[in-house]
Design a protein around this ligand. Structure first.
Ligand code: AMP
Length: 458
């Protein structure tokens, strides 16, 4: 049974799809005005894996991610650069897709753009006005938070506590915390509406899009922690008021931040590394592995040192997998005493147990490491039979599918070649130690090498 932590209930809940085996997943997409950074990547890699695991569990997942191509930040930047805002947005949307492709984040089924759903947005605002949840002013249309008593249920905030970003100041507003659904403007990009020309507010684009493609109630809505308030709170207010159906979303999932020295990586703080810059010097698979090493809801402290550590750990698993593939060419004997099948059973069970606990990847990966270590140690003495070897490889293949990792790396041979000289040096030193009768140290080196997947015959 899969359990998912629901931000709304603040509890792990057994997962049940709203309808049959189909899961409708929506994750807030990027605001496209600059290159995405590795904090964004952390969130999108996490949901990539969440979808992969749901699929592995037998669900058909329809994953939608919007593109925010209308936003004050986009307009500000385009004015600074003297560019058309929508052209600027298209440019960075394209670059975002390129970045995701390089990261192997490829599970989204559809990327609807806000600018292409203006009719749906206007329709939803009209419904909200008709039902008494929204009102027009000379500056725009606002959602009246006093009409929605549940406002604050996701973030557990009080309505008075409203010191929030992206909130319009307007003397005509009924409550200070009322948020804009439509902003009347003179400067572009502009669209006509029953209230005058202008553009939509940030929150309404998501609910208009999700209602269009997923309906007014669906399974999972995700995003980074920073979106809980006001963005997701506002989405609940809009959609549950417009449809009268509660809850809008069965499971609210939020990713923790990727931090640098304890501070959230963000464009505004200027402490960011773009995905592009990172991938100039580091392999995207290593970054994915690094992300997986922390639970998706916990903060990750990013450093190059931590990334390099991930590279080592990842290589250890890959080395074993490649070695196992090589064994396929050998003449493998049946043996009643081989320990491999038992270990596979044990650690495979552990892996799935932890993945079922709200996609808890760190202990799930720890189980994979334990299996790797056991197999490496045993391979020095014995080999698995062919059927058992195939079972082990099949598990590693499942891991590739679930985690989006390539374990049987094409460049592995090249890597092994590169490390061959180093290995030779270590063996040479060990030989010298043996000549000097430094048995203890020589044995330690031998044990460590076996641990790393090398077999030594003295
Ligand atoms: P934005 O384009 O700023 O709206 O962000 C797109 C997505 O990336 C949202 O789900 C954010 O919560 C998420 N995000 C932004 N910065 C970080 C970060 N440092 N760590 C994790 N997720 C982030």
């Amino acid at each position: 049974m899969l359990y998912i932590y629901n931000t709304l209930s603040q509890r792990r809940e057994p997962f049940q799809a709203v309808k049959d085996q189909v899961v409708k997943l929506f994750v807030c997409g990027p605001t496209v005005y600059e290159d995405a950074h590795i904090g964004h990547a952390r969130t999108y890699i996490s949901f990539d894996i969440i979808k992969r695991y749901l699929q592995y569990k037998g669900y058909t997942v329809y994953y939608l991610q919007n593109i925010t191509d209308i936003d004050d930040k986009i307009i500000k930047r385009s004015q600074k650069l003297g560019l058309d805002p929508l052209k600027l947005a298209r440019k960075y949307e394209k670059r975002y897709h390129q970045d995701m492709e390089k990261l192997g984040v490829n599970q989204v089924n559809f990327f609807p753009r806000a600018s292409e759903h203006i009719d749906q947005i206007i329709g939803q605002i009209q419904t909200l006005i008709q039902k008494g949840y929204a009102y027009p002013t000379p500056r725009g249309v606002y959602f009246d938070i006093s009409q929605f008593p549940d406002y604050g249920k996701l973030s557990r905030r009080k309505v008075e506590d409203l010191n929030v970003s992206r909130l319009e100041t307007d003397p005509y507003k009924k409550n200070q915390g009322d948020f804009a659904l439509w902003k009347l403007r003179d400067e572009g990009p502009l669209w006509d509406s029953p209230w005058g020309s202008g553009r939509p507010g940030w929150h309404i684009e998501d609910t208009a899009i999700t209602e269009e493609y997923l309906g007014s109630q669906y399974d999972i809505h995700g995003g980074g922690l920073d979106l809980i308030f006001p963005h997701h709170e506002a989405e609940i207010a809009q959609m549950e008021s417009a449809s009268g159906k509660i809850p809008m979303v069965a499971y609210w999932m939020h990713t923790g931040f990727l931090n640098v020295s304890g501070e959230k990586m963000s464009k505004s703080l200027g402490n960011f590394i773009t995905i592009r810059d990172l991938l100039e010097n580091h392999h995207s698979q290593v970054f994915r592995f690094f992300v997986l090493s922390t639970h998706y809801r916990s903060p990750i402290d990013f450093s190059i040192k931590a990334l390099e550590q991930s590279a080592k750990s990842f290589t250890r698993i890959k080395k074993l997998v490649n070695r196992l593939y090589q064994l396929l060419d050998e003449d493998l004997k049946e043996s009643a005493e081989e320990p491999f099948q038992g270990w596979l059973q044990e650690y495979k069970e552990q892996f799935f147990h932890y993945m079922d606990q709200d996609f808890n990847t760190p202990p799930a990966l720890a189980a994979v490491f334990k299996l790797t270590r056991k197999i490496n140690q045993a391979l020095a003495q014995t080999k698995p039979s062919l059927p058992v070897l195939k079972n082990i490889l099949s598990f590693f293949h499942d891991l590739e599918e679930i985690l989006g990792l390539q374990l049987r790396a094409e460049d592995e041979e090249h890597r092994v070649d590169e490390s061959a000289e180093l290995l030779e040096l270590i063996l040479h030193i060990r030989e010298k130690l043996r000549e000097e009768k430094e048995w203890e140290l020589a044995d330690k080196i031998r044990a460590k090498l076996i641990d790393l997947g090398y077999e030594i015959q003295d």
